[in-house]
Design a protein around this ligand. Structure first.
Ligand code: ING
Length: 315
């Protein structure tokens, strides 16, 4: 038995501060059409795809900061992307900054991704759980990583959705480095995980201990391990290239449940990579080596959900 689907990772070149939402949406639609021509019925766009990666800057002006967030989805600027999805019958995953206004008028800010089905309807929503970086600017850095200043941790957990003939999950950027992300979805039978990322090629917080090649190695290592250990496909789209003077890695890819990269972006601009996916490919892994029901030993995993930081035994 097989359940076939062609998927696309739609990598994006940089988005500069001056680019309008409509200009960016036009680029997304162009890639959606290109993916459709290649036979794809699901397209994965990056994290915070509609704007530049603004958490690299200290933004004290509340109005300016709110300008990076979407208070509705779809909205006037993104509606054409939803319409193209419906017209072409191509679903998509899109990352964006979400502002939610509460009943009392207060605002909440999330780093969010949605899954839109082939009818152009929102089929699922995810809010980034692992928020990296800092809440306060770090002195002496070329650029900041202030996600902890601008976003609160997601409050939706790691849900999966039955959509596009499969069990679909989402995570966002830094989430992809954490094994818990994949396992929580794996325990819900996930078959395909979608994610976007914005990752500086040089990690400014690595205290000079990270050689340049390690960035891409860790990017792929994390996702390939997550795929294999849960028998799931992973489709990952980068925002790449020189964005506002800071270089971001590409490496967008499709990873099979075997952990192998089966499609890989070659450049650092807008680029669509497609792969033929059999959603049944991971079944043998989930029924053998990673048959959770047969082999997991939850009586020994308690620390995972009861302790946050490492506590070595006394010296
Ligand atoms: N980006 C980063 C990531 O995990 C990060 C976090 C910060 C990486 C600083 C390197 C240096 O790839 C996002 N957007 O989560």
């Amino acid at each position: 038995m097989s359940r076939q689907l062609t998927v696309a990772a739609a990598q994006m070149g940089p988005v500069q501060r001056a680019d309008t939402r409509s200009e960016v949406v036009d680029r997304l639609i162009a890639m959606l059409r290109q993916a459709h021509e290649a036979g794809a019925t699901l397209v994965v766009f990056p994290e915070l795809a509609l704007t530049t990666f603004f958490p690299r800057w200290v933004i004290d002006d509340a109005e300016e900061l709110d300008g990076y967030f979407e208070s509705e989805m779809p909205n006037n600027e993104t509606q054409p992307l939803f319409e193209a999805a419906r017209e072409l019958e191509v679903g998509f995953h899109l990352g964006y900054a979400e502002m939610q206004t509460e009943n009392d008028g207060s605002k909440r800010y999330f780093n969010t991704a949605i899954l839109v089905d082939r009818a152009g309807r929102i089929a699922g929503k995810y809010r980034k759980v692992h928020i990296p970086g800092h809440a306060e600017p770090q002195p002496g850095q070329v650029h900041q990583h202030l996600e902890k200043r601008y976003f609160e941790p997601g409050d939706l957990g790691f849900p999966v959705f039955r959509s596009m003939d499969g069990v679909m999950g989402m995570c966002i950027c830094n989430d992809r480095r954490w094994p818990e992300t994949y396992r929580v979805m794996g325990l819900q039978g996930v078959e395909l995980v979608m994610l976007g990322y914005n990752t500086p090629s040089a990690n400014p917080f690595a205290k000079g201990q990270e050689a340049p090649h390690l960035g891409m190695f860790h990017n792929h290592l994390s996702m390939q391990a997550g795929a294999y250990q849960n028998g799931t496909w992973v489709v990952a789209a980068a925002k790449a290239g020189m964005e506002e003077g800071i270089h971001h890695m590409g490496g967008s890819c499709v990873i099979a449940p075997t952990g192998e990269i089966v499609a890989l972006a070659q450049g650092e601009g807008d680029e669509v990579v497609t792969a033929q996916v059999d959603l049944e490919r991971g079944v043998y892994i989930r029924e053998t080596i990673f048959n959770f029901a047969a082999h997991r030993r939850i009586e020994h995993y308690g620390l995972i959900s009861s302790r946050t930081g490492a506590e070595p035994p006394p010296a």
